[in-house]
Design a protein around this ligand. Structure first.
Ligand SMILES: C[S@@+](CC[C@H](N)C(=O)[O-])C[C@H]1O[C@@H](n2cnc3c(N)ncnc32)[C@H](O)[C@@H]1O
Length: 241
Protein backbone atom coordinates (compact mmCIF):
# COMPACT_ATOMS: atom_id res chain seq x y z
CA UNK A 1 0.00 0.00 0.00
CA UNK A 2 1.22 3.52 -0.68
CA UNK A 3 2.97 4.98 2.42
CA UNK A 4 0.20 7.55 2.85
CA UNK A 5 -2.38 4.77 3.16
CA UNK A 6 -0.42 2.18 5.11
CA UNK A 7 -1.89 3.26 8.42
CA UNK A 8 -5.34 4.61 9.18
CA UNK A 9 -5.21 8.40 9.51
CA UNK A 10 -7.66 8.76 12.39
CA UNK A 11 -6.60 12.37 12.94
CA UNK A 12 -7.76 13.57 9.51
CA UNK A 13 -10.87 15.76 9.73
CA UNK A 14 -13.55 15.95 7.07
CA UNK A 15 -14.59 19.45 6.04
CA UNK A 16 -18.30 18.67 6.40
CA UNK A 17 -17.81 17.94 10.11
CA UNK A 18 -16.65 21.50 10.81
CA UNK A 19 -19.48 23.24 12.71
CA UNK A 20 -18.57 26.41 10.81
CA UNK A 21 -18.56 24.75 7.38
CA UNK A 22 -19.92 26.88 4.55
CA UNK A 23 -23.69 26.25 4.66
CA UNK A 24 -24.19 26.40 0.88
CA UNK A 25 -21.38 23.89 0.23
CA UNK A 26 -22.67 21.65 2.99
CA UNK A 27 -26.17 21.65 1.49
CA UNK A 28 -24.75 20.76 -1.93
CA UNK A 29 -22.73 17.99 -0.27
CA UNK A 30 -25.88 16.46 1.28
CA UNK A 31 -27.58 16.82 -2.09
CA UNK A 32 -24.80 14.94 -3.90
CA UNK A 33 -24.48 11.99 -1.50
CA UNK A 34 -27.11 10.11 -3.51
CA UNK A 35 -25.07 10.37 -6.70
CA UNK A 36 -21.85 9.30 -4.98
CA UNK A 37 -23.58 6.41 -3.24
CA UNK A 38 -25.11 5.22 -6.50
CA UNK A 39 -21.58 5.14 -7.94
CA UNK A 40 -19.69 3.55 -5.04
CA UNK A 41 -21.98 2.12 -2.34
CA UNK A 42 -24.15 -0.33 -4.28
CA UNK A 43 -27.24 0.22 -2.12
CA UNK A 44 -29.26 -1.94 -4.54
CA UNK A 45 -27.37 -5.00 -3.32
CA UNK A 46 -28.32 -4.28 0.29
CA UNK A 47 -31.90 -3.86 -0.82
CA UNK A 48 -32.17 -7.04 -2.90
CA UNK A 49 -30.09 -9.29 -0.65
CA UNK A 50 -31.17 -8.21 2.82
CA UNK A 51 -34.05 -5.78 2.93
CA UNK A 52 -36.57 -6.98 0.36
CA UNK A 53 -36.64 -10.61 1.60
CA UNK A 54 -37.04 -9.48 5.21
CA UNK A 55 -39.72 -6.95 4.29
CA UNK A 56 -41.62 -9.67 2.43
CA UNK A 57 -41.64 -11.75 5.64
CA UNK A 58 -42.10 -9.01 8.21
CA UNK A 59 -45.30 -7.28 7.23
CA UNK A 60 -43.98 -3.90 8.36
CA UNK A 61 -40.19 -3.73 8.49
CA UNK A 62 -38.59 -1.26 10.91
CA UNK A 63 -35.33 0.11 9.47
CA UNK A 64 -32.84 2.46 11.16
CA UNK A 65 -30.12 4.27 9.18
CA UNK A 66 -27.41 5.53 11.56
CA UNK A 67 -25.61 8.66 10.31
CA UNK A 68 -28.06 9.09 7.46
CA UNK A 69 -26.56 12.40 6.26
CA UNK A 70 -28.80 13.73 3.49
CA UNK A 71 -31.10 10.70 3.85
CA UNK A 72 -30.64 9.40 0.29
CA UNK A 73 -30.30 5.74 1.32
CA UNK A 74 -33.52 5.94 3.36
CA UNK A 75 -35.44 7.54 0.51
CA UNK A 76 -34.11 5.01 -1.98
CA UNK A 77 -35.21 2.17 0.31
CA UNK A 78 -38.63 3.78 0.83
CA UNK A 79 -39.23 4.09 -2.90
CA UNK A 80 -38.01 0.61 -3.75
CA UNK A 81 -40.10 -0.96 -1.00
CA UNK A 82 -43.12 0.99 -2.16
CA UNK A 83 -42.43 -0.12 -5.74
CA UNK A 84 -42.40 -3.72 -4.54
CA UNK A 85 -45.59 -3.11 -2.52
CA UNK A 86 -43.78 -3.79 0.74
CA UNK A 87 -44.35 -1.92 3.96
CA UNK A 88 -41.67 -0.33 6.15
CA UNK A 89 -41.09 2.32 8.75
CA UNK A 90 -37.75 3.98 8.03
CA UNK A 91 -35.88 6.19 10.50
CA UNK A 92 -32.97 8.38 9.39
CA UNK A 93 -30.79 9.20 12.39
CA UNK A 94 -27.97 11.72 12.41
CA UNK A 95 -26.01 13.42 15.16
CA UNK A 96 -25.76 16.61 13.10
CA UNK A 97 -28.74 18.95 13.19
CA UNK A 98 -27.73 20.41 9.80
CA UNK A 99 -28.02 17.01 8.11
CA UNK A 100 -31.42 16.29 9.64
CA UNK A 101 -32.74 19.72 8.67
CA UNK A 102 -31.57 19.25 5.07
CA UNK A 103 -32.85 15.69 4.82
CA UNK A 104 -36.29 16.52 6.29
CA UNK A 105 -36.68 19.33 3.79
CA UNK A 106 -35.87 16.95 0.91
CA UNK A 107 -38.01 13.95 1.81
CA UNK A 108 -39.93 14.30 -1.48
CA UNK A 109 -42.82 12.19 -0.26
CA UNK A 110 -40.71 9.22 0.80
CA UNK A 111 -42.25 9.27 4.28
CA UNK A 112 -38.96 8.74 6.14
CA UNK A 113 -38.79 9.79 9.82
CA UNK A 114 -35.80 12.07 10.47
CA UNK A 115 -34.29 12.33 13.94
CA UNK A 116 -31.38 14.29 15.31
CA UNK A 117 -30.11 11.98 18.03
CA UNK A 118 -27.43 9.48 18.96
CA UNK A 119 -27.99 5.73 18.98
CA UNK A 120 -27.68 5.93 22.76
CA UNK A 121 -30.80 8.13 22.88
CA UNK A 122 -32.76 5.49 20.97
CA UNK A 123 -31.53 2.77 23.31
CA UNK A 124 -32.62 4.88 26.30
CA UNK A 125 -36.07 5.26 24.70
CA UNK A 126 -36.32 1.45 24.30
CA UNK A 127 -36.65 1.61 20.49
CA UNK A 128 -36.11 -1.54 18.41
CA UNK A 129 -35.71 -2.21 14.69
CA UNK A 130 -35.59 -5.20 12.39
CA UNK A 131 -32.64 -3.82 10.45
CA UNK A 132 -29.99 -1.29 11.51
CA UNK A 133 -27.81 -0.01 8.67
CA UNK A 134 -25.21 2.67 8.11
CA UNK A 135 -23.14 3.87 5.18
CA UNK A 136 -19.86 5.80 5.39
CA UNK A 137 -20.17 6.31 9.14
CA UNK A 138 -17.74 3.85 10.75
CA UNK A 139 -14.70 5.81 9.58
CA UNK A 140 -16.12 8.97 11.17
CA UNK A 141 -16.10 7.47 14.65
CA UNK A 142 -13.30 7.44 17.20
CA UNK A 143 -12.65 4.17 19.06
CA UNK A 144 -15.07 4.88 21.90
CA UNK A 145 -17.81 6.04 19.51
CA UNK A 146 -17.32 2.96 17.35
CA UNK A 147 -17.80 0.63 20.29
CA UNK A 148 -20.82 2.59 21.49
CA UNK A 149 -22.45 2.48 18.05
CA UNK A 150 -21.80 -1.25 17.77
CA UNK A 151 -23.17 -2.15 21.19
CA UNK A 152 -26.13 0.21 20.67
CA UNK A 153 -26.77 -1.41 17.27
CA UNK A 154 -27.20 -4.76 18.99
CA UNK A 155 -29.46 -3.35 21.68
CA UNK A 156 -31.59 -1.67 19.02
CA UNK A 157 -31.94 -4.76 16.85
CA UNK A 158 -34.63 -7.40 17.31
CA UNK A 159 -33.23 -10.86 18.22
CA UNK A 160 -33.76 -12.16 14.67
CA UNK A 161 -32.71 -8.87 13.07
CA UNK A 162 -29.76 -7.67 11.03
CA UNK A 163 -27.10 -4.99 11.47
CA UNK A 164 -25.19 -3.98 8.34
CA UNK A 165 -22.63 -1.16 8.66
CA UNK A 166 -21.14 -0.40 5.23
CA UNK A 167 -18.06 1.64 4.49
CA UNK A 168 -15.03 2.16 2.29
CA UNK A 169 -12.17 -0.33 2.65
CA UNK A 170 -8.98 1.74 2.67
CA UNK A 171 -6.64 0.87 -0.20
CA UNK A 172 -4.75 2.37 -3.08
CA UNK A 173 -7.51 1.01 -5.32
CA UNK A 174 -10.18 2.82 -3.30
CA UNK A 175 -8.33 6.09 -3.67
CA UNK A 176 -7.58 5.60 -7.37
CA UNK A 177 -11.18 4.64 -8.15
CA UNK A 178 -12.69 7.50 -6.19
CA UNK A 179 -10.26 10.00 -7.72
CA UNK A 180 -10.97 8.69 -11.24
CA UNK A 181 -14.76 8.60 -10.86
CA UNK A 182 -15.04 12.06 -9.32
CA UNK A 183 -12.43 13.91 -11.38
CA UNK A 184 -14.56 14.38 -14.54
CA UNK A 185 -17.48 15.75 -12.51
CA UNK A 186 -15.47 17.70 -9.94
CA UNK A 187 -16.12 21.05 -11.66
CA UNK A 188 -19.69 20.32 -12.67
CA UNK A 189 -21.89 18.00 -10.61
CA UNK A 190 -19.61 18.09 -7.57
CA UNK A 191 -18.67 21.80 -7.80
CA UNK A 192 -19.26 23.83 -4.63
CA UNK A 193 -19.47 20.72 -2.47
CA UNK A 194 -17.11 18.95 -0.08
CA UNK A 195 -17.58 15.60 -1.83
CA UNK A 196 -14.24 15.21 -3.55
CA UNK A 197 -12.02 16.54 -0.76
CA UNK A 198 -13.96 14.76 1.98
CA UNK A 199 -14.08 11.54 -0.03
CA UNK A 200 -10.29 11.50 -0.26
CA UNK A 201 -10.00 12.28 3.47
CA UNK A 202 -12.55 9.54 4.24
CA UNK A 203 -10.42 6.97 2.45
CA UNK A 204 -7.46 7.92 4.68
CA UNK A 205 -9.65 7.55 7.79
CA UNK A 206 -11.21 4.25 6.68
CA UNK A 207 -10.33 0.80 7.95
CA UNK A 208 -9.03 -2.15 6.02
CA UNK A 209 -11.04 -5.35 6.44
CA UNK A 210 -8.28 -6.83 8.64
CA UNK A 211 -8.03 -3.74 10.86
CA UNK A 212 -11.74 -3.61 11.50
CA UNK A 213 -11.99 -7.35 12.08
CA UNK A 214 -9.24 -7.08 14.71
CA UNK A 215 -11.05 -4.48 16.85
CA UNK A 216 -14.73 -5.44 16.73
CA UNK A 217 -16.24 -7.62 19.47
CA UNK A 218 -17.00 -11.30 18.90
CA UNK A 219 -20.15 -11.98 16.92
CA UNK A 220 -19.48 -9.37 14.25
CA UNK A 221 -18.33 -10.39 10.77
CA UNK A 222 -16.38 -8.17 8.41
CA UNK A 223 -16.88 -8.87 4.72
CA UNK A 224 -14.94 -7.42 1.81
CA UNK A 225 -16.98 -6.05 -1.06
CA UNK A 226 -16.47 -4.38 -4.41
CA UNK A 227 -15.46 -1.77 -5.32
CA UNK A 228 -13.13 -1.30 -2.30
CA UNK A 229 -15.93 -1.78 0.21
CA UNK A 230 -16.42 -3.48 3.53
CA UNK A 231 -19.48 -4.54 5.49
CA UNK A 232 -19.53 -5.03 9.25
CA UNK A 233 -22.42 -7.38 9.84
CA UNK A 234 -24.30 -9.00 12.69
CA UNK A 235 -27.15 -11.38 12.05
CA UNK A 236 -29.49 -12.39 14.83
CA UNK A 237 -29.89 -16.10 15.36
CA UNK A 238 -26.79 -16.74 13.30
CA UNK A 239 -23.84 -14.83 14.77
CA UNK A 240 -24.82 -15.66 18.33
CA UNK A 241 -23.55 -12.34 19.77
C1 LIG B 1 -20.09 10.81 5.36
S1 LIG B 1 -21.64 11.10 6.08
C2 LIG B 1 -22.53 9.75 5.38
C3 LIG B 1 -23.97 10.09 5.15
C4 LIG B 1 -24.81 8.98 4.53
N1 LIG B 1 -24.88 7.82 5.39
C5 LIG B 1 -24.30 8.61 3.17
O1 LIG B 1 -23.86 7.48 2.98
O2 LIG B 1 -24.34 9.46 2.28
C6 LIG B 1 -21.48 10.61 7.77
C7 LIG B 1 -22.65 11.06 8.63
O3 LIG B 1 -22.57 10.40 9.90
C8 LIG B 1 -22.99 11.30 10.89
N2 LIG B 1 -22.46 10.82 12.17
C9 LIG B 1 -21.18 10.79 12.58
N3 LIG B 1 -21.10 10.24 13.81
C10 LIG B 1 -22.36 9.91 14.19
C11 LIG B 1 -22.93 9.29 15.34
N4 LIG B 1 -22.19 8.89 16.37
N5 LIG B 1 -24.26 9.10 15.37
C12 LIG B 1 -25.04 9.47 14.33
N6 LIG B 1 -24.55 10.08 13.22
C13 LIG B 1 -23.24 10.28 13.14
C14 LIG B 1 -22.44 12.63 10.43
O4 LIG B 1 -23.13 13.72 11.04
C15 LIG B 1 -22.66 12.55 8.93
O5 LIG B 1 -23.90 13.10 8.55
Amino acid sequence: MSPALTARDAGARELMDDPDADARKLARTYGRFGLVNALVSRPGTLYRRDIRPRAARAGRLRILDVGAGGGDLCRMLAWRLRGDRLDAEITALDADERAIRWASAHDRGAGVRYRRALTTDLVAAGDTYDIVVSNHVLHHLDDAELHTVLSDSLRLTAPDGLVSHNDIARSVTARALFAAVTWPISRTLLADSFIREDGLISIRRSYTVAELASIVPAGWTVRAGVPARLELRWEGGRAGA
